[in-house]
Design a binder for this molecule. Structure first.
Ligand code: PGA
Length: 260
C-alpha cells in the first residue's frame, strides 16, 4: 500500500485500442515525472488488456483500474464482467459507484456494497465514489449524504485496502467545483468517519481523492489541502500531456506544503 499522492485517469467511454496505446507512448516519454506519485489508469473494459500489456512491456510505474464490475463471481449474466476477470487482466483497482453509474444505470447503494465486497474478496482495491448532488448541496445536506454513502458502501468490508473518491455530482464534467476549503471540510469528515469505523489497511487510513472538473488551473489548490490525497480526473485525463502536467503540478503542490 502506497502513501504517495494518487492520480486516477478515468477515461470513461473513450479511446479505442490504438488511441490507448498512443496515450501510453506519451506517458513513456515522461516516466520519470510519474515516479513520485501513484498513477492509476482506468480505461474502458475493451482496452484493459492492451493497456495492461503495454504497461508491463514498458515497465511503466502505472497501475490499472476498471471502471466497474459485476458482483457475482461468474455465471449467466450476459454482458457483465467479474472481479476475477479483471484480476486476470492485471487490474489492481476498480472504480465503484461512480455517479454516472448511479444516475444512468440505476446503481443503488446496495449494488455498491455488493460490488465492494466482491472486489475486495478477489483482491482488487475498490475506489468508492461518493458525493452529493446539486439539490443536496443547496439544502446543506452534503456531509449527511457523504456519511450515508460511506456507511452503505463500506458495510461488509472487513479488511483490505480501499480508496474513497469524493466527487460532488454537480462538479463532474461541468467546470464547476467546490472551493478547495469546502472540499477539505468534506475530506475531513470522511477521514473522521473512516477512523471512527476503524477502516484501515495494516493500520494505515485509506486515501481520499477529490474528483470533479479538475484542471491544470485548479489542481494545485486542491492538492495543497491536507486531507486531499489525490485526484480522480475525467475530461482532463483524456490528453496524456495534460494528465502528465496534472501529475507534475499536483506532486509539486503536495511537496510544497509538506516541506513548508
Ligand atoms: P471530470 O470527471 O474530471 O470530467 O469532471 C471526473 C469524474 O467523473 O470522475
Amino acid at each position: 500500500m502506497s502513501m504517495l499522492p494518487c492520480f486516477v485517469a478515468n477515461w470513461k467511454m473513450n479511446k479505442t485500442g490504438s488511441e490507448a496505446l498512443d496515450y501510453l507512448d506519451v506517458l513513456k516519454t515522461s516516466a520519470s515525472s510519474l515516479q513520485k506519485a501513484e498513477i492509476i489508469l482506468a480505461p474502458a473494459y475493451t482496452t484493459l488488456d492492451r493497456v495492461s500489456t503495454g504497461i508491463r512491456q514498458a515497465n511503466l510505474p502505472i497501475r490499472l483500474a476498471a471502471q466497474n464490475l459485476y458482483f457475482e463471481p461468474e455465471g449467466a449474466y450476459t454482458g457483465e464482467i467479474s472481479a476475477k476477470m479483471l484480476r486476470d487482466l492485471g487490474c489492481q483497482y476498480v472504480i465503484i459507484g461512480h455517479s454516472e453509474r448511479r444516475t444512468h444505470f440505476g446503481e443503488t447503494d446496495a449494488d455498491v456494497r455488493r460490488k465492494v465486497v466482491a472486489a475486495s474478496r478477489a483482491g482488487l482495491t475498490p475506489i468508492i465514489c461518493i458525493g452529493e448532488d446539486a439539490r443536496e448541496r443547496e439544502e446543506g445536506k452534503t456531509l449527511d449524504v457523504v456519511r450515508h454513502q460511506l456507511k452503505e458502501g463500506l458495510a461488509g468490508l472487513k479488511e483490505g485496502d480501499v480508496l474513497i473518491a469524493y466527487e460532488p455530482v454537480w462538479a463532474i464534467g461541468t467546470g464547476k467545483t467546490p472551493t478547495p476549503s469546502e472540499a477539505e471540510r468534506v475530506h475531513l469528515t470522511i477521514a473522521d468517519y473512516l477512523e471512527s469505523e476503524k477502516i484501515s489497511c495494516n493500520g494505515i487510513a485509506p486515501r481520499v481523492l477529490y474528483g470533479g472538473s479538475i484542471s491544470e488551473g485548479n489542481i494545485a489548490a486542491f492538492m495543497k489541502e491536507p486531507h486531499i490525497d489525490g485526484v480522480l480526473v475525467g475530461g482532463a485525463s483524456l490528453s496524456a500531456k495534460t494528465f502528465i502536467n496534472l501529475v507534475r503540478l499536483g506532486v509539486a503542490a503536495k511537496e510544497s506544503v509538506c516541506t513548508s
